[in-house]
Write a protein that binds this ligand. Sequence first.
Ligand code: HEM
Length: 444
Amino acid sequence: MTTVEGPPLQLDDIQGIVLRTRPSPYVGTYILLRVDDPGAGRELMGRLAGLVDSAANWWQPPLPALLNVAVTYRGLEVLQVPQASLNSFPEEFRQGMAARAEFLGDTGESAPAHWEPPFGTGQVHIVLSLIAADQESLAVVLERARQARTQLPGVQVVYRQDLYQLASGRTSFGYKDGISNPAVQGSGAAYPPGGGPTLKAGEFVLGYPDETGNLPPMPQPAALGRNGTFVVWRKLHTRVAAFRRYLRDNAKSPEEESLLAAKIVGRWPSGAPLILAPESDDPDLGADEQRNNNFDYASDPRGTVCPHGAHARRANPRDSEIIGDVDLHRLIRRSTSYGPPLPAGTLDDDGADRGIVFIAVNAHLDRQFEFVKSQWFNDGNFTGLDVEKDLLTGDNDGSGIFTIPQHPVRRRLHGVERFVTTRGGEYFFLPSLSALHWMAGLGS
Ligand code: HEM
């Protein structure tokens, strides 16, 4: 582990989810709230300010539970944040995720018209994220959150999504997830080796210089913006049976099927990266934090080991030759699994809702999350893949293509369908702890 230095961050003012990894295994829940009475909403913010976990001391053994809170643009309006302040938020956040659907590839089945209510309707104002190491600890934070809302009839629960880590420790598609995250300067945290350079804090926390050397545009006043950030929240349903059938139909043997699955992601199910384990899965490597992210793509310019179109290589091309600066498009991921696993070997859909709640933390929604989603996942041009989209998460319509470079002739898979459907999502502003107090004091 290497401790990452840099200008110190105000860790006790930054919400824990930004810099703190979640426990493993984990259980948790997201509670979405609508504020009908601005005064009640502000009162809730004040009460939560005392309960929310900060990023201070996060390098200590993980806390049993973590409570965090974030607000949509509509939520800020309802809380009566002054107009001048509202105007200082970035355009994409003000529009909200549903308005960005075409651009993000939320089309067809994933279009906002098909989202679960109340996503995309302006009725989601606040999200509470509760993540714990076990049910007992979760019950403790749930009770705290419930207490915070007592006698506030002007704040209604409009949606709840429970989550838990599958017994396999993997996502519903069968892969280990959440391995690679950027190291943040000044966090004082210890990061495993690899995964690219440590990044300036301003990529993930407002009020500090970012990779361009400038301060990111920050919502005003500073009491509201500083030490805050933006969170992408997306409920992504995974079509596991369809994905398994696709693998089976495009492989001649179980070995070929598992190699194809690895080529699609860039890692084997255990998490072992293809670059370090080109032939077969290596569970020891997958489980070894010191090695499983310690690689780049310099040795594989043609993608014959890890295709340029592999999900993880698209999401973070590391040192691959691409146009632009990779470090300007990094994301901190805090995604969690929901729903039951599809039993091993089952190739028919059982109708259950399963997938991940994708969570990304970034200071610039446009050049980080939106860029990765629209350019690197849903557009192939940056690596010469032309019309190809990410096979795993792209908005493919049944005529998608996936290229696997190999000797003597590359392999091209056709008929790629949509394996991930967006069931709803919102952009949130994740305020600092002191900004929660600031919001609470707005009415007075
Ligand atoms: C159901 C949807 C998704 C699944 C199942 C999934 C799965 C995975 C897996 C298995 C990995 C490799 C393990 C790791 O490095 O953590 C990965 C990496 C990654 N994914 Fe996803 N992912 C999904 C959606 C997304 C979305 C929507 C984005 C962003 C727009 C994204 C961004 C990333 C990033 C940035 C990495 C790390 C790449 C690296 O640094 O090497 N993923 N994902």
